[in-house]
Design a protein around this ligand. Structure first.
Ligand code: PMP
Ligand code: GLU
Length: 400
């Protein structure tokens, strides 16, 4: 019999994307679904960015570019990292990727050997676990606790380090919790990385989505030696409502950047040339749309947190960043909806979708059983409509 590779057999599809396509398919069939599923900004890509893509096409920018990205885009990224993040990189240290997803894939593939351990604070975004496994690595989870606002503790990270640890995957602000790694914890992790010779893969895709206090500094700013250990990941999907354009990037020490560029030169070649031209305008152009979108997200966050906490058997904390709320459903587990027993986050999500046409992501996808994730990347009207339905659902639960 024809067999899949061992590597492929172990890879699970993305739950977030699966729920998103299920909701989109139901909508096409005429069902009025409210989706709190995938983290995809509902805003259209700003006009000036779309115009840059049209101009690029008209000017014939439709050919191969260097595999690591056009020089103008890599220069624009360097300028942004310098002016916005206080980080000095040269264009040869930047690789433009097909979304932050490929940035993570590249970073993991060029650093992790089969059997190497990668520390992942949980709850974590669904793709980290599979991306590590795809490279033959072993994810090692460090749990953060709901009671502590999902704050990462440096001591817990330190305890998880073994002789096999190769890297730490940080995501701040975090998907799905919206938590931000504190400055002291970041410093302690930086020291640990240098001492133990570990790589820090720092996923900063939600850097603009901060609702409390200052925008936190990247771990790469904590000294030149630390920066050598950091592979910084970012992209345009969330900040500029450009999920479909597929542009992300990595910034790293030359040895890593070169390896990632080589890797990508065979795997995919360059990112779409037109999307790269649009990214130049997004990252280098007028930023006022970003401020407008973040302000709108703040209002939605506040509305969602207040509503959820007023629904029986549900509670949540106000996240500091990103655009997700983790809702604690533990008081609803064991309850019945009609003849269905809500045994875990998966049955909760499935029953809610089937009966109230509301899509949410089960916490299990993020190593966070007992929770569901609600994205607030949808209009305020839909958000309220969806929460009305969730409230109705919760009011219909009975004890067994
Ligand atoms: N990192 C995190 C934490 C995410 O939530 C996402 C969501 N898509 C990504 C990376 C990848 O983003 P993209 O590939 O669209 O740039
Ligand atoms: N990252 C987003 C999410 O967590 C988009 C979907 C995906 O790529 O996983 O929902």
């Amino acid at each position: 019999m024809l067999q899949l590779s061992e590597r492929a057999k172990n890879v699970q599809g993305s739950v977030t994307l699966a729920i998103d396509s299920q909701a989109k398919q139901m909508r096409q069939q005429g069902v009025d679904v409210v989706s709190f599923g995938a983290g995809e900004p509902d805003f259209p890509t700003p006009q000036h960015i779309c115009r840059a893509a049209i101009e690029a096409m008209e000017q014939g920018q439709t050919r191969y570019t260097p595999a690591a990205g056009t020089l103008v885009l890599r220069e624009t990224i360097c300028k942004k990292l310098k002016e916005h993040n206080g980080l000095t990189y040269t264009p040869s240290q930047i690789v433009v990727t097909n979304g932050a997803k490929q940035a993570l894939h590249n970073a993991i593939c060029v650093t992790v050997n089969p059997g190497d351990e990668v520390i992942v604070p949980t709850p974590c975004w669904v793709s980290y676990v599979e991306l590590i496994r795809m490279a033959g690595g072993v994810p090692v989870f460090v749990q953060t606790r709901e009671e502590e606002g999902f704050a990462l503790q440096a001591a817990d990270v330190e305890k998880a380090v073994t002789e096999k640890t190769k890297a730490i995957l940080l995501n701040t602000p975090n998907n799905p919790c919206g938590s931000v790694v504190g400055a002291d914890t970041l410093r302690a992790i930086a020291t640990l990385a240098v001492e133990k010779n570990l790589i820090v893969i720092s996923d900063e895709i939600y850097e603009e989505f901060i609702y409390e206090g200052e925008r936190p500094a990247s771990i790469a700013t904590l000294g030149e030696e630390v920066k050598e250990h950091v592979i910084l990941v970012n992209g345009v999907s969330k900040t500029y409502a450009m999920t479909g354009w597929r542009v992300g990037y990595v910034a790293a020490a030359p040895v890593f950047a070169k390896a990632m560029a080589n890797w990508q030169s065979h795997a995919t070649g360059n990112v779409n040339s037109i999307a790269q031209a649009a990214a130049v305008e997004a990252i280098g152009g007028d930023q006022s749309d970003v401020r407008r979108m973040v302000e709108e997200f703040r209002q939605r966050r506040d509305a969602m947190v207040a509503r959820v906490n007023a629904i029986p058997r549900l509670c949540c904390r106000a996240p500091q960043g990103a655009f997700y709320v983790m809702v604690d459903i533990r008081q609803a587990l064991g309850c019945m909806f009609g003849r269905t027993k809500l045994t875990d986050s998966m049955t909760f999500a499935q029953t809610l979708l089937a009966n109230k046409a509301v899509a949410v992501v089960p916490g299990k996808a993020f190593e966070a059983e007992g929770m569901i994730r609600l994205s607030y990347a949808l209009s305020m009207a839909d958000l309220q409509r969806g929460l009305d339905r969730i409230e109705e659902f919760m009011n219909q639960l009975t004890m067994e």
